[in-house]
Each structure stands twice: as structure tokens, then as C-alpha cells.
Ligand binder design. Structure first.
Ligand code: COA
Length: 165
């Protein structure tokens, strides 16, 4: 495979939605929600594009410039491209975008029954800070709330997370 990661635009909406609906099923965002996400001045989205398959991954972060808190909105990689470092690369881009606008910490919510995503987040330094019972409906699954703190001030950067680590 030959893949590249780049900022997403509104022209990527259909490709992202196709993956969103196949991967997240009951938790998928609607076309209107995703269109608003891609058009928001407070979000940064990226796509991973394979030269044969097209969009094979995407992710987004909400990071308003005046807020110390950023939120990972979504991340997904198609099954046939998993465990190749793409999820980590997407997260590095999103965390970097939050850092660049001055965020002090990044939050996310992950299904309690999603050990793969939780393992990725723990590996990147996120810590569990709470649980939202019955958050995901209609599946009735809890959400685990996780947080990554940027320590060390503006010169430190987001720590050991590299864009292509
Ligand atoms: C979560 C997801 C984005 C990870 O993408 P990925 O490209 O496979 O992740 P990476 O290859 O970058 O993995 C990085 C690290 O995460 C952890 N990890 C990822 N998948 C894992 C799995 N299935 N089991 C255990 N650990 C896993 C590992 O520590 C891995 O490092 P390693 O491969 O060196 O062991 C992908 O599984 C996915 O799209 N899942 C469906 C959508 C989803 O659940 N999104 C998250 C919503 S909160």
C-alpha cells in the first residue's frame, strides 16, 4: 500500500461518510453532522488516502482556539489497513492540531467494549478519568472518558507522540 495523510475538506464528505456508516453502524454520524464537522472553524479533520483504495482512514478533533480543552471527535481505519500504524498517525495529527491552537489537554470518549481503541489511546498517554453509563444507544454501552494532559509548557510540544511514530 502507498498511503498519505492530509487535511480533509468538504470534498471528502462522501468518502468519510461511507466509512463512518460501515464502521460505526449504530453510532454513525449523520451526513448533516459530518458536513458541519468538516465545515467548522473549530475542528481539524484529516484523511488517510491509499493510492488504490481511496480514503482508508480519517479522524477529527474539536479544538477551539480560546479553549484549553480539545476533544477527539472521531477516528477510524478500514479493517484491512489496521495494525499498520495509521490510527497512531491520525491521532498524532489530531493531537498536534490541538497543541498548535493552545489546548492544554485532549479528551475523548470510547465505548467500554472497544479494547482496540482503548489500547491505542493508553499507548498515546491518555488516562481514564470517568465513565458515562449507557452513553451509547441503542446498544446501551458505557462510554469511558479519557484525557491526555500536555505537560511542560509551550516549548515541550505534545511529548513523545510523533506524526509518523
Ligand atoms: C482504533 C483504530 C482506529 C486503530 O487503528 P489502527 O490503524 O489499527 O491502529 P495502529 O495500527 O496505529 O495501532 C497503534 C497501537 O494501538 C494499539 N492497538 C490498535 N489496535 C489494537 C488491537 N486490535 N488490539 C490491541 N491493541 C491495539 C496497539 O498498541 C497498537 O500498537 P502496535 O500495533 O505496535 O501493537 C481501529 O481499530 C478502528 O478504526 N477501529 C474501529 C473504529 C473505532 O473503534 N474508532 C475509535 C472510536 S473511539
Amino acid at each position: 500500500m502507498s498511503v498519505a495523510i492530509r487535511p480533509a475538506s468538504s470534498e471528502d464528505l462522501a468518502g468519510i461518510l461511507g466509512l463512518e456508516e460501515s464502521i460505526f453502524v449504530n453510532d454513525a454520524w449523520s451526513p448533516a453532522q459530518m458536513r458541519a464537522e468538516l465545515g467548522s472553524p473549530h475542528t481539524s479533520y484529516v484523511v488517510v488516502v491509499d493510492d488504490v483504495e481511496g480514503i482508508v482512514g480519517y479522524g477529527g478533533v474539536q479544538a477551539p482556539s480560546a479553549s484549553p480543552d480539545a476533544d477527539i471527535q472521531t477516528i477510524a481505519v478500514v479493517p484491512s489497513f489496521r495494525r499498520a500504524g495509521l490510527g497512531r498517525a491520525i491521532m498524532a495529527e489530531l493531537i498536534g492540531a490541538a497543541w498548535e491552537v493552545g489546548a492544554e489537554r485532549v479528551f475523548l470518549e470510547v465505548r467500554a467494549d472497544n479494547p482496540a481503541a482503548q489500547a491505542l489511546y493508553v499507548d498515546l498517554g491518555f488516562e481514564e478519568v470517568g465513565v458515562r453509563p449507557h452513553y451509547y444507544q441503542p446498544d446501551d454501552v458505557d462510554a469511558v472518558v479519557m484525557r491526555l494532559e500536555f505537560h511542560g509548557g509551550a516549548s515541550a510540544g505534545p511529548g513523545p507522540i510523533g506524526a509518523s511514530s
